[in-house]
Design a protein around this ligand. Sequence first.
Ligand code: ALA
Length: 383
Amino acid sequence: MDIYLDNAATTFPKPLAVPEAIYDYIVNNGGTSGRGSYEKAILADGLVYQTRKSLAKLFNHNDPKTVVFTSSVTESLNLALQGILKPGDHVVTSSLEHNAVWRCLKTLERDLGIYISVVPATTQGQTDIRDVEAAITPDTKIIVFTHASNVLGTIQPISEIGSLAREKNILFLVDAAQTAGVVPIDVQAQNIDLLAFTGHKSLLGPMGTGGLIVNCDAEIHPLISGGTGGDSAYEYQPDYYPNHLEAGTMNVSGIIGLGAALTFLESEGLETIRHKEDILMDYALNALSTVPGIEIYGPRDSSKSVGVIPFNLEGHVPEEIAFYLDQECHVMIRSGLHCAPSAHRLIGTVTRGTCRIGIGYFNEIPHIDALVNGLKSYLKENN
Ligand code: ALA
């Protein structure tokens, strides 16, 4: 039996309703969205709009038209940062950012002349709101924070940062790559102006789907220009949403698959999902601590973290451990830097990396047992 424990990279499996909805659309419909007046195109358009509505409901956003679809959370973050920042603007960010934020900011620093302040964090990845406040300057345009680190799992104080940003009239952009679908998010109550999310992680949808919730009236310059299916004689990108930020034929099949995943999530309930992942996380933390020579990083507390556990075995190379687990035990985990070197700098693993398990809703206790047994047999064979 294959055991998948890399759900922080992408969730697997997906609810069967997801491939079924995609299959049904491709085989029985196939119409484009926003571009045709025939019945199938109107039906496809309705399904896309329904997915916007489900996302707006999930994140308590009041306008489905400002749920903008993108191909990934990386694109959403680039859209927000590149679309808003101007030369001389200052940005406050965390010590835990994924390269989706960090490389984008560094490129804007080099090519546009923005300024970046990085808020310190503890080695468990915890951020103190006073350090966020201290980093703000009169030029701060955006505070961009990951909601939870993809390396350490640590959940960031998003509500407190949101209140601070609102009080100081600064835009607040949240990277919800690791939290959307498992940790409740309320863009209104948490004062989140821009929420970037992906469809293929805890939302349980297909790859190639993601979006940006625009809960503010900041002008966002489009990343790309092109056809929107309407106002075609107008020579620029329309200024109304979602067309302002969506150009080109949409990923209708992916969005319909995401819509089916959202229906599944709603019927299971976020609380049930989070509760199950917390139980698995607590079990995994205990079971892993019985492995000789293991060093586990992060908060080691499911209430402060999403289902991500990074670890090393003293004297062993993470890639070799992950390779052994896959080849000998059919257990899939991720090793390396996880595209987030800043978080590895915090825990002193930037040259070596770590192993990382990512727990998902479809994991069960025997999967954790297989991982722990696999690590113990690796040690027996390699010590
Ligand atoms: N950023 C994803 C991960 O953490 C791909 O694995």
